[in-house]
Design a protein around this ligand. Structure first.
Ligand code: FES
Length: 272
């Protein structure tokens, strides 16, 4: 069992859980994720390790309550236990000195981008960050991103803070004004697709982190299959980070929608 030792609300419907997990904390690297189960009959929920503390033997998970299982998970309190936390899973991202790296994140995508940006900064890179959300109150981890960025730009759909519009519009003006060695883009699939279209015009390498449907998280079920460079890849063991210019985003969006009817039924049961 894995105890929740701290819980914080980061924004409306988004919580951070600090979970005691000594073995996972000892091995976690940026890019890793875990699969969590709340109860015996519960769904397996893949979650990025947003941060880890080897001294405290904890990992941080950030949860957006969008479906039946994430709502159950976000209702847990300090002192409650998670039944399973499986990990660390996935391939860690390569951290090297590249020069200037732009980190673009939308919504809860800030959680997985933060550990990568932090390690890249420690490796001597200059970090420019662009983070966005629908509204100011849904923007998360602004202070942590600010602490590791030379420049931080904000964007919201309603203009309540920062640029009114998409993070990709800010990305375009940042690329216009700066020499950039790499872009990392994490967020909704449609955002990552748009970011890759912008960076392709500038010929800049772009890494994305994919969030397809996952079941086992160990390469056995095929649920997380994505097409990258015309080849089948499994996001849970080959990724979740991939070269964004090679990802078939249209197929990924189609597969993401596949279980919406079942999810709606589960949400309906949840409200009864
Ligand atoms: Fe089953 Fe990746 S989640 S193969």
């Amino acid at each position: 069992m894995f105890e929740i030792i701290e819980k914080k609300a980061l924004a409306s419907e988004i919580v951070s859980l600090i979970v005691e997990a000594p073995l996972i904390a000892a091995k976690a690297e940026p890019g890793h994720f875990v699969v969590v189960r709340v109860s015996e009959t519960g769904e397996r929920i893949p979650l990025t390790i947003a941060d880890y503390n080897r001294d405290r033997e904890t990992i941080e998970l950030i949860i957006q309550a969008v479906g039946y299982s994430t709502i159950q998970l976000s209702k847990l309190e300090e002192g409650d236990q998670l039944l399973d936390v499986l990990g660390p899973l996935g391939e860690p991202v390569e951290i090297e000195k590249l020069g200037r790296v732009v980190c673009v994140a939308g919504g809860i995508g800030v959680a997985p981008i933060y550990p990568k940006a932090k390690e890249l900064k420690e490796a001597g890179n200059e970090i420019i960050s662009i983070i966005g959300a629908q509204t100011e109150e849904k923007l998360i981890m602004q202070d942590r991103m600010e602490s590791i960025s030379e420049e931080l730009y904000l964007a919201t759909d309603d203009g309540s803070i920062g640029h009114e519009g998409f993070v990709t519009e800010v990305l375009e003006s940042v690329l216009e004004e700066n020499e950039v060695d790499e872009v990392i883009a994490i967020g909704p699939v449609v955002m990552m697709k748009a970011a890759c279209e912008v960076t392709a015009d500038y010929g800049i390498d772009t890494v994305v982190s994919l969030n397809p449907i996952m079941v086992d998280g160990t390469g056995m079920c095929g649920g997380c299959r994505v097409t990258v460079g015309g080849e089948n890849r499994f996001a849970c063991v080959d990724g979740p980070a991939f070269d964004g210019h090679k990802v078939d985003f249209v197929e990924l969006m189609r597969r993401q929608d596949h279980y919406h009817p079942q999810e709606e039924k589960a949400m309906h049961r949840c409200k009864l």
